[in-house]
Design a protein around this ligand. Structure first.
Ligand code: MG
Length: 372
């Protein structure tokens, strides 16, 4: 079997000159083979940049677009192809967007392998530890404490036993942050599992440590990305300041960045995104690194049903992977792009024994939002 073509599909809900909210654009990658199998992957990053990284012609031995490296190769040699892409995109890749693009292709290759061998991806990864995975719902808070209460109330009623909020106004003003956390905590009750995500907006150690202490009485499960992941010294100082665990890492790529983050930032929880960190292949290595460090891995995931399917297959194959993120985005790219989207029921998703990712793409949604 040989790879014959790679197609990059950019999707975007608002027009190109309007701003996107989280989850309103996406990039899908399809890998085609000479025996008719097609693998699907995605990356949660800038779609146009992924296209460029995949379609760029070769510049020199260390600087090649990914497609040129893969045409004619056997898609079943997944690790060998990962290494080839990493090595030969050295100048444009190694971290960041280069690895994001590789992630999409890696996921598509696992999709192909599962179809070829006719066993689920979790079996190829070593076996299934669980039939369902607990999920936490992520929502963007309303502008007022009352609006945030209402969203939290609805999600609790849907059966979630764990929730997180972030984005929107969170992180803009310390007093407003305090009021929103207070309100949501009041709404959910003191024992409900609740975490917040600052998307690095607290900026400095001094501000973050002050907020950790101010929010201590609200019994937060974790506080995510209070500051930029590059500021690993401050992360390390924030660990253990209060009972709230410290989480981060959604923007990091490869085992190398996670090795440093685990060693120097000492987070309680790492949150690689399978569509950014290097795909399923690299996620396995990051999981092992985290486990060796006594750190829990809770995958980040806030894009389409393709990401969701890949994350479920991976996490089911890990010994301790019993919690993952479940987007509450109302974007059609989350709700409708995959017509058989894995639903959350009573705070869990099931682990399907499907062949491949098992996602059915809604061609009408693709046609409607495709960037032409
Ligand atoms: Mg986050």
């Amino acid at each position: 079997m040989k790879i014959t073509d790679i197609e990059v599909i950019e999707l975007r809900v608002p027009s190109i000159d309007e701003k996107c909210e989280w989850g309103e654009d996406a990039v899908i990658v399809k890998v085609f083979t000479d025996n008719g199998l097609v693998g699907i992957g995605e990356s949660d990053t800038s779609p146009m940049v992924v296209r460029a990284i995949i379609e760029a012609p070769n510049s020199n031995l260390y600087c090649s677009g990914l497609k040129a490296l893969l045409i004619g190769e056997n898609p079943l040699e997944i690790q060998k192809l990962w290494d080839k892409m990493y090595w030969s995109s050295n100048y444009l890749g190694r971290r960041g967007a280069g690895i994001h693009a590789m992630s999409a292709i890696d996921i598509a290759l696992w999709d192909i392998a599962s179809q070829y061998y006719q066993v689920p991806i979790h079996m190829l990864l070593g076996g299934k530890y669980r039939d369902k995975i607990r999920v936490y719902g992520t929502f963007i808070p309303g502008d007022t404490p009352e609006e945030s209460k209402k969203i939290a109330r609805n999600l609790k009623a849907q059966g979630f036993t764990s929730l997180k909020f972030g984005g929107g106004v969170l992180g803009d003003d310390d007093n407003i942050d305090y009021e929103i956390v207070k309100a949501v905590r009041e709404e959910l009750g003191n024992d409900f599992e609740l975490q917040i995500d600052l998307a690095s907006k607290w900026n400095t150690y001094g501000r973050a440590v002050n907020m950790f202490k101010r929010l201590e009485k609200f019994n937060l499960n974790w506080i995510e990305e209070p500051i930029l992941a590059d500021d690993m010294k401050s992360y390390a100082k924030l660990t253990g300041v209060t009972g709230a665990k410290l989480a981060g890492g959604e923007s990091l790529t490869t085992r190398y960045e996670f090795r440093d983050f685990l060693e120097f930032a000492q987070p309680d929880i790492v949150q690689p995104d399978i569509t950014r960190c290097g795909g399923i292949s690299e996620m396995r290595k990051i999981y092992d690194l985290a486990a060796m460090n006594g750190t829990k891995l809770v995958p980040h995931g806030f894009s389409t049903g393709i990401l969701l399917a890949a994350t479920v297959q991976f996490l089911a194959s890990t010994k301790d992977g019993d919690l993952m993120e479940y987007s509450q985005s109302t974007s059609p790219l989350f709700t409708s792009l995959v017509s058989n989207l894995n639903p959350s029921k009573n705070g869990y998703v099931t682990v399907p024994d499907c062949i491949g990712l098992g996602v059915e793409l809604n061609e009408d949604v693709i046609e409607k939002y495709k960037v032409k």
